[in-house]
Ligand binder design. Structure first.
Ligand code: ARG
Length: 248
């Protein structure tokens, strides 16, 4: 009895519980949260949301026989929105960390990436060279955590979006930018003044689900496995990265 009351109170406070696979299938549409400002993973091309993670999630949903409804919001509020059940899962290049695992569950990783340095001609290209320098990172990211831990950094400046951190570098308000290594490679393509420096750390990037939503997690893992086995994943990965970025 006490337990039931507690659970009811919890549901009132949190609004609702996460939808199970069965509930999503019955509804016919899955809601997915992402940022939409993290090229080439999730970004807007005009009004169209696209990118490796967008196309991958859509291929997985197709595999599951359900439609997709995208919800975009700022990166640092994505996991909060997940726990308010605004969407069924999140795909936004989240690195799996013990800290995040306290609040959410993760699927199997959909790629293996890591943080790398972006710099301008003559700027710091190695971790050692960051000593005493001003470094730009997106707020709420593993890049921020990693850079904060490096000893001797001059100043860490945080920005709401990764593209803002990139801009800070281009306009020389900072000496370096740390972002996803594939994101830095993409930025170099768009602006050859930016150079790819050393990788600072590696991470496994996965989709985030509400804690305990095991039916949906199992289904996502199965769908990921399927698209990785049937060539869909390799095709998408080659399209965006000219290589296969799945975890080996
Ligand atoms: N991989 C980093 C992290 O786990 C950054 C992800 C940023 N994603 C984004 N959509 N802006 O925190």
């Amino acid at each position: 009895m006490k337990k039931a009351l507690l659970l009811a109170a919890f549901i009132v406070v949190t609004g609702a519980t996460a939808r199970t696979l069965e509930q999503v299938k019955t509804a016919g549409t899955i809601k997915i949260g992402t940022e939409g400002a993290f090229k080439p993973f999730n970004y807007f091309e005009g009004k169209k949301l696209t990118g490796f993670e967008i196309e991958l999630a859509e291929a997985m949903a197709k595999q599951m026989g359900i439609k997709v409804q995208w919800v975009t919001q700022s990166f640092d509020s994505l996991l909060i929105g997940l726990n308010q059940n605004r969407y069924d899962f999140v795909i936004a290049s989240h690195g799996i960390t013990p800290e995040r695992q306290k609040a959410v569950d993760f699927s199997n990783p959909h790629y293996c990436g890591g943080g790398a340095i972006g710099y301008l001609e003559g700027g710091p290209s190695t971790v050692a060279a960051l000593s005493g320098k001003k470094v730009a990172v997106q707020v709420g990211t593993t890049y921020l955590d990693a850079v904060k831990k490096l000893s001797g950094i001059g100043e860490v400046k945080t920005y709401p979006k990764d593209t803002d951190a990139q801009q800070a570098l281009i306009s020389k308000r900072v000496d370096a930018w740390v972002g996803d290594k594939f994101g830095v490679i993409e930025a170099v393509k768009a602006n050859p003044k930016i150079k790819l420096g050393a990788q600072v750390f590696s991470e496994r990037n996965a989709m985030a689900l509400s804690k305990g939503n095991t039916t949906l997690a199992t289904a996502l893992n199965a769908a990921l496995k399927k698209v990785q086995a049937d060539g869909t994943y390799a095709k998408l990965s080659t399209k965006y990265f000219e290589s296969d970025i799945r975890c080996k």
